[in-house]
Design a binder for this molecule. Structure first.
Ligand code: BDP
Length: 693
């Protein structure tokens, strides 16, 4: 198996008694409704049940005992049954119900929804129950997404390179579009629909205006047409200077009437091709991207100009909060908050602000972004990074659901969690959304590392229901992707659930951050101090000196903590009570400081790096014991990658400790195997072939 089928492998149910029960309960399909989406429902049920039940399941037009009825009350008279009306109300536009019931005295299983797309989501849910070998004799499920926009952000360039992509080239083949529809586009849409993802941004946030030209809009239309029946709406990134680059204007000033008109015309043209176009995602005045500040206008001026253009078509603008100002700040941590909080209330109703989960930049562990506790008048959208730019790229097994959950469950200090801000319940926002920067490429297994598929999967599942646990998502993903064997599932789930902590431990323990290699971000380079902008240098973030290490963000330092609500910041501001996980994120701590463990800070740092690296060896051993349960191809792929991860862990450990030792001037405790190479060796390493930017 090469992993191409993702979690949609419909292998025969291994548990024989369940198999018999399923066969009896789902012996035929009745799914009416004439729409491309209902065609997909019928096909998916047919393929799914035929595969899982290893039989040929008939399609019927009248039910018999054991018929699965799927549809909407509008299309299927049998479903206009008062018993499900109340439940259907709760299901809303995209949700579904799955229930075991009798219709006209005939025992059936029903998938019902108010819309065809709801039926498709219900279809995937039912198939998932079978794939994970759950009982289905007394189903009574009502499921509706908690978040409206469940989105992937592709950082894909038009030349098919993928910014921070570690799984090959872009799956969008712009050259052969619009006439050639690669079956991958359909498989992509199907996989997303199976986890409830309903929106996709096709292009990189570092945008290219060419995608807004006619030939490219024709290509985008072709993709949108493929995705539509799967419930997926297409968005594009808008390069702010597009009116100059492709429109021949002299300015892109958002208050200039000619610029406004250019965008209005452009938007009209886009909607002629794609009537349900979602809108624009914009990165402006950040890392060299053009934006309204080039004309001394605000981010709100820029966002509103685009928002006005898409409003007549019900489009939205998603404006990113990830900004770097032209001037050098005292602390990069504070930039987005400083820039955006004064603009709260100034954005149009169809603008959302997309905020990265943490204030720096997708680090392996960050406190939640202070903007989530601020800007009550602006709908805030979550941006997670599914591609593992700072989390081992495609060579490390790092399951990200625990990272996502850690952020979502954080209390903002306003008596509500980040999740409640994102799902709109805290502040009654009607626009709600979660985006994940995609980890998808044209590798045969889509995501590079076989376990990276779990991160795509987890993003979708959590966007649908952020109350699902990391463990339950890992469990169902493993069952669907590999096998239902309980020993395998328990063991591999335990590996997944600790994998992110392990990664943090051997790369950025105790709140260290941004100490990776320059440019490619591969491997350790805490020593880098020669970059043009101060905040590009790792030394800016760890501030190691003869006294200690860590970034003082309290009142004696940058005071970034002031951006958090008092109830949120109190957990971090006192060195004595700050959790170890954030210690060096918020404090500059002396090398001999006594940690909770009783060890000195220096010894604790050694302990963390050595423990983290040792745990990668344990991951290898555990996986090796699972060989009998997994197909050989994927077993060996994972085994080889765990080997790389272990090597990389030793590299991180040695390089970081040897470097920090030049400040602490203390030995690595003798009980640890001492590094066999020098700091100079690690500094001399070059990675011309590491995935570029
Ligand atoms: C950084 C990436 C860079 C992205 C940027 C962003 O290194 O490639 O363009 O985020 O989110 O983490 O805009």
């Amino acid at each position: 198996e090469n992993g191409y089928d993702l979690w949609l492998r419909y292998k025969k149910v291994a548990n024989n008694s369940l198999l018999q029960a399923y066969r009896q309960q789902l012996n035929s399909i009745l799914a009416s409704g004439n729409s491309p989406t209902m065609d997909i429902v019928r096909k998916e049920l047919q393929t799914g049940l035929n595969g899982l039940l290893a039989t040929t399941v008939a399609q019927r037009t009248t039910p018999q005992p054991g018929t699965l009825i799927a549809g909407t009350p509008q299309n299927e008279p049998l479903l206009r049954n008062a018993a499900i009306t109340g439940q259907l109300k709760k299901a809303g536009n995209e949700g579904f119900i799955i229930t075991t019931t009798t219709i006209n005295n005939i025992p059936t299983t029903v998938i019902a929804a108010n819309t065809d797309i709801g039926v498709l989501y219900g279809t995937f849910h039912l198939l998932r129950l079978l794939q994970t070998e759950q009982p289905i004799t007394k189903l009574n499920i009502v499921s509706a997404p908690r978040i409206r926009l469940r989105m992937l952000n592709h950082w894909d360039n038009l030349d098919r390179t993928v910014e921070r992509g570690y799984a090959g080239f872009s799956i969008w083949n712009w050259h052969t579009l619009p006439d050639y529809i690669d079956p991958r586009y359909i498989d992509y849409a199907r996989a997303n629909a199976s986890i409830g993802i309903n929106a996709t941004v096709l292009t990189n946030v570092n945008a290219n205006a060419t995608v807004l030209t006619k030939p490219y809009l024709e290509k985008v239309k072709a993709l949108a047409d493929v995705f539509r029946p799967y419930g997926i709406r297409v968005f594009l990134t808008a390069r702010f200077s597009a009116p100059m680059e492709t429109g021949g204007l002299k300015t892109a000033d958002p208050l200039d009437p000619a610029v406004q008109q250019w965008w209005q015309q452009k938007v009209k043209e886009i909607y002629q091709y794609i009537p349900d176009f979602g809108g624009f995602l914009v990165k402006a005045n950040s890392e060299g991207q053009p934006g309204p500040q080039d004309y001394h206008r605000t981010h709100a001026d820029g966002a509103n100009m685009l928002a006005d253009a898409v409003a007549p078509f019900k489009g939205i603008v998603i404006w990113r909060a990830f900004v770097y100002s032209h001037t050098n700040p005292l602390d990069r941590h504070t930039q987005a908050y400083d820039e955006f909080t004064p603009l709260d209330g100034e954005f149009r109703k169809n603008v959302m602000l997309q905020v990265k989960n943490g204030p720096i930049d997708f680090m392996p562990r960050e406190p939640f972004h202070p903007l989530f506790g601020a800007m009550p008048k602006t709908p805030l959208m979550m941006e997670f990074q599914v591609t593992q730019e700072y989390l081992g790229q495609a060579t490390n097994l790092v399951y990200l659901a625990p990272l996502f959950k850690e952020v979502l469950e954080s209390n903002t200090g306003n008596d509500y969690t980040v999740a409640q801000v994102i799902d709109g319940t805290a502040r009654h926002d009607s626009l709600t959304g979660i985006a994940g920067v995609a980890n998808i490429g044209n590798d045969i297994n889509w995501c590079g590392h076989p376990f990276a598929q779990a991160n795509w999967y987890a993003l979708g599942r959590l966007a649908w229901d952020h109350e699902l646990s990391s463990a339950s998502i890992a469990n169902e993903w493993l069952r669907m992707t590999f096998t239902n064997n309980q020993h395998f599932v328990d063991t591999a789930a335990a590996m997944m659930l600790q994998s992110r902590d392990i990664y943090v431990q051997f790369t950025n323990p105790l709140g260290l951050h941004h100490i990776m290699g320059t440019g490619h971000h591969y491997g350790p380079a805490p020593w880098v101090n020669d970059q043009r902008r101060p905040e590009w240098n790792p030394v800016y973030y760890h501030k190691a000196d003869s006294i200690g290490v860590g970034f003082d963000r309290t009142t004696t330092g940058s005071n970034a903590l002031a951006q958090y609500q008092p109830k949120a910041r109190q957990q971090w501001e006192d060195l004595q009570t700050c959790p170890d996980a954030y210690l060096l994120w918020f404090h500059h701590v002396p090398w001999n400081y006594k940690m909770r463990s009783g060890r000195s800070l220096w010894n604790e740092l050694c302990y963390q790096y050595y423990t983290g690296a040792a745990r990668t060896a344990a991951l290898q051993q555990t996986w090796n014991k699972l060989q009998a349960y997994v197909d050989q191809q994927r077993f060996h792929e994972v085994a080889m990658l765990l080997g790389i991860e272990h090597k990389e862990a030793i590299w991180w450990r040695n390089a970081c400790l040897l470097y920090f030792q030049t400040f602490s001037r203390q030995p690595i405790p003798a009980r640890y195997e001492q590094p066999s190479t020098s700091l100079e060796y690690y500094k001399s390493l070059r990675f011309p072939f590491a995935p570029g930017i």
